[in-house]
Ligand binder design. Structure first.
Ligand SMILES: Cc1cc2nc3c(=O)[nH]c(=O)nc-3n(C[C@H](O)[C@H](O)[C@H](O)COP(=O)(O)OP(=O)(O)OC[C@H]3O[C@@H](n4cnc5c(N)ncnc54)[C@H](O)[C@@H]3O)c2cc1C
Length: 467
């Protein structure tokens, strides 16, 4: 039996940051053969022969752009990737009624059909100054996310963008979502900005992601690798926690030992028991609870109430001249006639992500028509390509080199009526058993890479204080 003071499950950014800031007796186990979790970069096409034919593309797990708001995390990332960060100004748009309008939609309606602009402007003015329209301001707080959005932005902006886009992304009606969902991530322009944006005096640089940074080489995975390399002891890769026993403070870990010889590649597996004093979990919370052998009934019941939506995306490689919308960093698609909710381009941000003369995209799908088509991969591919051409992301002379379909389980946690109480019950019950569960999925939350780094650091601080 292996013993350690702290066992950390998962070498994504949260687990890596926790190990980095803890800096002493810990065992960091990762089921994959490399660090990073969702913050990894893959060579595409996956098939080496296809790669030899069409050249090597670098694809992240959909767009992963770094927004660093705290000086400490900026300093950490700069230390990990010295001289390697390039700052980019967002080129993001919304595609609506055949037009492209800059993000954020609420402050950039200029160029859309006049009826839509009028609907958006009047809706916002009515929501912000109801008395001018003979209406009473609402007395009660909003009941759900849809009502929050309507009060903030008015009926028009919600009808044309906020509601259809978020419902396509989350795959559930917004009446099911809590009123405070994603507050930090939604830009709230002043009435002045909205009016200026409707008349073409646009201020595009609104919102938390107006600028972002990205590594000069190696994709976003360079960050995870640099953090893993900075650890006092490397993570244990190919090591999956199968089960945890809270009372005996033990975990059963399956270790894969792949070996490649001239004739064959084989994988031997062995099982190890790890005895720990403290446990940090960063794998998905419901999945983790399901692996606890002696989970109390309240824990299982609360975990069963946690919901999330799954995102599917295509990595797409293309050769050719492109079309009007080929060079945006990312595009939002609220309308149901487009099967995806967002399309982004790795190579528009970083040209080295694709070979010369080529471009690369990630095409994200969740609710709407995508759901029904997921069981029919060929029909889905055809529909995606048709829609990309209709949106002028792909041009008539582009040659599609590859399309690879990937899945992100639990991509977006559903902040429904049960969310707060169920999550609290799970996190607090685990904490009472010496388990600290954190990160986007371990903490069952909505946050970016910087949040993962911060949460890992906070977990290390808690462990140090309670040592
Ligand atoms: C669609 C999408 C787009 C995003 N875009 C951005 C963006 O542009 N900018 C941004 O800042 N953030 C973005 N994010 C958020 C970012 O991906 C997360 O904040 C970050 O990946 C969280 O890291 P983590 O370590 O908490 O989780 P993970 O990355 O999931 O790491 C968990 C690790 O645990 C491992 N693991 C799981 N089970 C076990 C087990 N049983 N035993 C051992 N190991 C295990 C996994 O393999 C994984 O490596 C995006 C997220 C999504 C879903």
């Amino acid at each position: 039996m292996h013993t350690c003071e702290t066992l950390i499950i998962g070498a994504g950014l949260t687990g890596l940051s926790c190990a980095f800031h803890l800096g002493r007796d810990h065992l960091l186990v990762e089921k994959e053969n490399e660090p990073g979790g969702l913050v990894r970069t893959r060579r595409r096409p996956t098939d080496p022969e296809a790669r030899a034919r069409c050249g090597e593309f670098l694809c992240d797990g959909t767009g992963h752009w770094l927004h660093l708001r705290t000086p400490e995390m900026r300093a950490l990332v700069e230390r990990l990737l010295p001289g390697q960060l390039i700052e980019h100004e967002r080129r993001a748009v919304i595609h609506l009624a055949g037009a492209f309008t800059p993000y954020p939609f609420q402050a950039n309606t200029y160029g859309l059909p006049r009826e839509i602009v009028l609907d958006c402007l009047l809706g916002l003015i009515r929501a912000r100054h109801p008395e001018d329209f003979g209406l009473q301001p609402p007395a009660d707080p909003p009941r759900h996310f849809r009502e929050s959005l309507e009060r903030l932005f008015g009926a028009g902006i919600c009808r044309h963008f906020m509601v259809p886009y978020n419902e396509k992304l989350l795959g559930v009606p917004l009446e099911e979502i809590s009123p405070t969902y994603a507050e930090r991530f939604i830009p709230r322009p002043s009435l002045e900005d909205v009016v200026k944006g409707a008349l073409g005096f646009s201020r595009e640089s609104l919102g938390y992601n107006a600028k972002f940074v990205y590594p000069r080489a190696g994709g976003i995975g360079a960050l995870s690798r640099a953090l893993a390399d900075a650890l006092p002891q490397p993570p244990r890769y190919n090591a999956e926690v199968r089960s945890v026993h809270l009372r005996t403070k033990t975990a059963r870990v399956t270790v894969r030992n792949p070996s490649v010889t001239a004739n064959a590649s084989t994988t031997a597996t062995s099982e190890q028991v790890v005895r720990f004093e403290r446990l940090v979990n960063t794998m998905s919370l419901p999945e983790f609870v399901a692996r606890i052998e002696d989970a109390p009934e309240n824990l299982r019941a609360a975990a069963a109430r946690l919901r999330a939506t799954t995102v599917h995306y295509f990595d797409v490689g293309v050769r050719g001249p492109g079309d009007a919308a080929s060079q945006y960093h990312w595009i939002y698609f609220p309308e149901p006639q487009f099967v995806f909710y967002r399309v982004g381009s790795y190579s528009a941000v970083h040209a080295d992500a694709a070979p010369p003369g080529c471009r690369s995209y990630y095409v994200e799908m969740s609710g709407g028509d995508a759901r029904a088509l997921l069981g029919q991969p060929e029909a889905l591919r055809t529909r995606v390509l048709d829609d990309l051409r209709r949106a002028r992301v792909l041009g008539p002379n582009d040659e599609v080199l590859f399309m690879e379909l990937c899945r992100i389980p639990n991509a977006y946690v559903i902040f429904d009526a049960h969310y707060e109480s169920a999550r609290r019950e799970v996190i607090e019950t685990l904490a009472a058993h010496g388990v600290h569960s954190c990160g986007r999925w371990g903490g069952w939350n909505y946050g970016g890479m910087e949040d993962a780094l911060l949460e890992g650091r906070a977990a290390a601080a808690v462990l140090r204080e309670t040592a």
